[in-house]
Design a protein around this ligand. Structure first.
Ligand code: NAD
Length: 299
């Protein structure tokens, strides 16, 4: 099986490395030379362009930042640049793992189907730690038969694979999850900052809440307070991880979706505004757990 992997950032990089380590034949590409060099250092073959990477590929995987990148890649840009679908052979399978609007996923899937190319949306959860460990959760939208074709590949990168429904359903599940994650990270930050302001030790309080009714994923795996968890972005000056601007994008997708179905998501809306303010304050590139800075005493 020949696999093309496009988008080798914080998530795509380690995901591609896991496929390579599993012995799958890979041609990888990213617009960033630095990202390509990193993968080359791990022995992954780098293609000269996205078009070159998909030549003869049976499976094409993409892990890009947002809707506009995925749409431009597969369908072509407004500048007349041809879309990648024209280079992918009929009968191939496209697996888009980016978190994007469900409507964009459906648009690209329909265009792919017209060319005889199958496509599933397969956004992930589990953070960069999960990407490195190969324990991601995949939320898949598309035909069940196409998910079965993708399963042997997804299993090399993840531990849980869910079929959420038809095209775009994986994206809908993903924004529900990330809206909850965005909210719970702020709540966890508030609680930790409150305890520390009262003289409690952040590690002790984290452990108390982790084992009590406030226990959640942030306290288990991604503590926002520096020094509590060695491996968490908080202990690395909030470098790497899941960028504030990416969380802001996901919360925006959740709000757009909520408006389209007239759902009430008050905390989701507030969380989007808090991450927006945090981003405007110059923290957009920091991991999203840095949102704790908004509620922490300075100095
Ligand atoms: P990232 O910014 O680290 O990586 C994205 C990569 O895509 C970059 O290296 C960029 O150069 C590349 N790229 C952009 N356009 C391209 C193109 N046309 N061709 C080739 N390469 C291109 O982002 P990330 O953290 O890896 O996230 C990727 C996606 O996964 C996002 O949709 C994000 O919301 C989602 N996600 C991220 C996390 C996380 O913890 N970081 C977790 C779950 C889901």
């Amino acid at each position: 099986m020949k696999i093309a992997f496009i988008g080798l950032g914080n998530m795509g990089g380690p995901m591609a490395i896991n496929l390579h380590k599993a012995g799958l034949g890979l041609a990888a590409f990213d617009l960033s030379k630095e990202a390509c060099q990193k993968l080359q250092g791990e022995g992954v073959a780098i293609a000269e362009s996205a078009g070159a990477s998909v030549a003869g590929a049976d499976v094409v995987i993409s892990m890009l930042p947002a809707s506009q990148h995925v749409e431009a890649l597969y369908l072509g840009g407004g500048d007349g640049q041809a879309g990648l679908l024209e280079n992918i052979r009929a009968g191939a399978l496209v697996i888009d793992c980016s978190t994007i609007a469900a409507a964009t996923s459906r648009k690209v899937a329909q265009a792919a189907a017209k060319r005889g190319i199958a496509m599933i949306d397969a956004p992930v959860s589990g953070g960069t730690g999960g990407a490195v460990a190969g324990t991601l959760t995949f939320m898949v939208g598309g035909e069940a038969a196409d998910l079965e074709r993708a399963r042997p590949v997804l299993e090399k990168m993840g531990a849980n694979i869910f079929h959420a429904g038809g095209a775009g359903a994986g994206q809908t599940a993903k924004i529900c999850n990330n809206m909850l994650l965005g909210i719970l990270m702020i709540g966890t930050s508030e609680a930790l900052a409150l305890g520390v302001a009262n003289g409690l030790d952040a590690k002790v309080l984290s452990e108390i809440m982790r084992r009590s009714s406030g226990g959640n994923w942030a306290l288990e795996k991604y503590n926002p307070m520096p020094g509590v968890m060695e491996a968490a972005p908080a202990s690395k000056n909030y470098a790497g991880g899941f960028g504030t601007d990416l969380m802001l994008k996901d919360l925006g997708l959740a709000q757009e979706n909520a408006m389209s179905v007239r759902a009430s998501t008050p905390l989701g809306g507030m969380a989007r505004n808090l991450y927006a303010a945090h981003s405007l304050a110059g923290n957009g590139a920091l991991d999203f757990s840095s949102v704790i800075k908004m509620v922490q005493k300075k100095g």
